[in-house]
Design a protein around this ligand. Structure first.
Ligand code: PMV
Length: 307
């Protein structure tokens, strides 16, 4: 039995979303995680092989601090299954620790495959709640945006602890996604923002408010199909992320290169300090923006559409 789950980008609102402000995220189907389950010999137990990290895990051994083991055990418990004889293989072409939601996608594919192997289909709400538990290990204090966008597989307006809303762009958005090649665990940037916020809550609350307002405006621009307006808002969001000290010289360079090559706006996406930048482009600018980002040293460049 095989199941897949997409990567994701945060269009606007990362970090502030941890503090109750809205954010917009969308799935990225150009990179996916895949889980495949095969029956193993009777009595063999359940083993999980994460191909990309080389991890071989046994479900009946190991710490629940391992996110994939945790989520697999939770899914099996929901199904009332106790240690089935299964061989689970996990693979992902979503780069790790780069803001594309690789952890959430692996957990989502895993839970989906476990339910399918047991003869049922997991509903997205249950799926999202299970994946959230694994996100807590990757992220510390996750807002829940990654598990929601990946489990539901559609563009969302997200506010922590509230029901998400689907977002419908007035016209298709074309985004170039460029990987800086620098891995940066979200837990660290989220932790650093928290430390700074605790030191100076008034300053950081004001930045979160400004990001929240940018997200409100971005949704309106998106729904109107106002691409230039949305581009300006992506740039503004990047400015606030720099104030939060989660950008980097390299990310900034990739953003400048994308803008100079014709992007309507660009920003980092996800935890920051490394990982991916996203650039909003008109279809005619896709090739020059991709070429400029590759020439500037981007490790990988993808093009996706939000519709
Ligand atoms: O998983 P990432 O790197 O895309 O980051 C998620 C977005 C944050 O707002 C930085 C964290 C969160 O939990 O919302």
């Amino acid at each position: 039995m095989t199941a897949t789950a997409p990567g994701k980008i945060i269009l606007v609102g990362e970090h502030a979303v941890v503090y109750g402000r809205p954010a917009i995220a969308a799935p990225v189907w150009q990179c996916v995680a895949t889980a495949t389950i095969r029956a193993a010999a009777p009595g063999a137990g359940c083993t999980l092989h994460a191909q990309d990290t080389g991890q071989q895990l046994r479900l009946d051994e190991g710490s629940v601090e391992e996110p994939l083991l945790l989520v697999a055990r939770l899914a099996l418990a929901q199904l009332g299954l106790d240690r089935p004889d299964w061989q689970i293989d996990l693979h992902s072409d979503i780069p790790m620790a780069s803001g594309l939601g690789s952890g959430a996608a692996l957990s989502t594919a895993l839970v989906r495959a476990i339910f399918r192997q047991a003869g049922s289909e997991v509903d997205p709400a249950t799926l999202s709640a299970l994946v959230y538990e694994s996100e807590r290990f990757y992220h510390g204090t996750p807002s829940g945006i990654d598990n929601t966008v990946v489990a539901y597989g559609q563009p969302i307006w997200f506010v922590k602890d509230a029901a998400f809303q689907p977002v419908h762009p007035g016209c298709a958005l074309t985004l170039v996604i460029a990987d800086s090649g620098v891995r940066s665990p979200t837990k660290e940037t989220v932790g650093d923002v928290r430390t700074a916020w605790l030191r100076d809550p008034a300053r950081y609350e004001a930045i979160f408010d400004a990001i929240g307002e940018t997200v409100v405006q971005a949704r309106l621009a998106m729904e109107r199909g106002d691409l230039p307006g949305l581009g300006v808002l992506l740039d503004a969001n990047q400015g606030w992320l720099e104030e939060l000290a989660v950008s980097s010289v390299l990310l900034r360079r990739l953003i400048d290169v994308a803008r100079a090559a014709g992007a309507l706006g660009a920003k980092l996406s996800g935890g920051g300090r490394g990982g991916n930048v996203i650039a909003l482009v008109e279809p005619a600018a896709v090739d020059p923006v991709c070429a400029a980002l590759r020439a500037a040293g981007a490790a990988r460049v993808l093009v996706t559409q939000i519709e």
